[in-house]
Design a protein around this ligand. Structure first.
Ligand code: NAD
Length: 331
């Protein structure tokens, strides 16, 4: 099936080509993001394959449908960038990769936590300059501390398991509590209790209307003073302006993010030779107790392999009229 692959970086092209070898779909790789302006590039393609920062709103879907596209396949778990209901009304199916190495993201979240708490990136930058001073690099033991996990699904529960292995007490909050989380040793509490009692808070719920800015000025006023916030889920979960204020006042002791509310115009590209006009991200990276990575938590050999294989399988299933195992809810 002819498929337009948007936001196709070099690794997307080689790995998707490899995964597609047996299926033999005709892949048209497009480096640009999908937007209302670039949708025309998918003309003649029955399927459109997208990533997290592509814009797949009602207007773009209408354009794609007018050109004959019938399937949107996102190479991600999250699908908040797609208006799945609008696609449904246009008779288009939307599939995602609901299951791929959750270890990739959970392990990365732990890495971010260690990096910000123990100032690992700062220390590494110092030693490159010949500075072996320890001043300003002190962290705290995670052992014996309390970690709050918001969203105890596949990734959140793995993150909890690793934290329990560090000797932490783990609190959880989820709209659908899972007994398996408690069997691991976690304890569900109301979100206010989690915020007030945690030394570290890690976000692992999807971005929905309900979770948009789940961390805002009000919730930050309830956290334990000096707590660390980790976000590997979606940027829109955190009101970044409020986080900046909380960092300035010391209420938030550290921030480690792999996702950012306004990441669409920044991430997955090299902007090192341009003037970045987003003052919020520039302010964030200037804090010594903030670490920002560019949406790379999923980026492991295992995860990418599964993402590409599932994407190809979904396109094949759609072409054959077989049931779509990874159709997104609400489509
Ligand atoms: P999952 O569906 O297994 O788990 C999500 C959990 O969040 C579920 O248990 C759900 O009940 C819970 N939840 C939903 N709404 C909630 C609410 N209002 N309050 C509290 N909990 C709520 O998903 P997952 O595979 O664990 O992925 C979690 C998120 O991680 C994804 O939605 C995606 O945004 C993000 N993600 C990021 C990357 C990355 O590279 N940074 C990669 C993959 C996934």
């Amino acid at each position: 099936m002819k498929t337009a692959v948007f936001s196709a970086r070099r690794y997307d092209q080689s790995l998707l080509t490899e995964a597609n070898r047996a299926a033999g779909h005709e892949l048209l790789f497009i480096q640009d993001r999908l937007t209302a302006e670039t949708a025309a590039l998918a003309r003649g393609c029955a399927a459109v394959c997208v990533f997290v920062n592509d814009c797949v709103d009602a207007e773009v879907l209408q354009r794609l449908a007018n050109q004959g596209s019938r399937l949107v396949a996102t190479r991600s778990t999250g699908y908040n960038h797609i208006d799945a209901a609008a696609a449904g009304r246009l008779g288009m199916a939307v599939v995602r990769v609901s299951d791929y190495s959750p270890h990739s993201v959970a392990e990365f979240a732990v890495g971010l936590l260690l990096a910000v708490n123990r100032k690992i990136a700062r220390a590494s930058m110092r030693t490159r300059e010949g500075n072996f001073e320890l001043e300003g690099l002190m962290g705290f033991d995670l052992h014996g501390k309390t970690v709050g996990v918001i969203g105890t699904g596949k990734i959140g529960s793995l993150f909890a398991r690793i934290m329990l292995g560090f000797g932490c007490t783990v609190l959880g909050h989820d709209r659908h509590p899972d007994p398996a989380f408690e069997q691991l040793g976690g304890r569900y509490v109301p979100v206010r209790e989690l915020l007030a009692g945690s030394d570290v808070i890690s976000l692992h719920c999807p971005l929905t209307e309900e979770t948009h800015h789940i961390v805002d000025a009000a919730s930050l006023s309830h956290i334990k003073r000096g707590a660390i916030l980790v976000n590997t889920s979606r940027g829109g979960l955190v009101d970044t302006g409020a986080a900046v204020q909380a960092l300035k006042s010391g209420q938030l002791g550290g921030l480690a993010i792999d996702v950012y509310e306004q990441e669409a115009s920044l991430f997955f590209q090299d902007l090192s030779s341009t003037i970045i006009t987003d003052d919020v991200i520039q302010r964030l990276v200037s804090f010594p107790n903030v670490i920002v990575t560019g949406h790379q938590a999923f980026f492991t050999v295992e995860a990418i392999g599964q993402i590409m294989a599932t994407t190809v399988d979904s396109i094949t299933d759609f072409e054959r009229g077989a049931p779509l195992l990874n159709r997104v809810p609400g489509n």
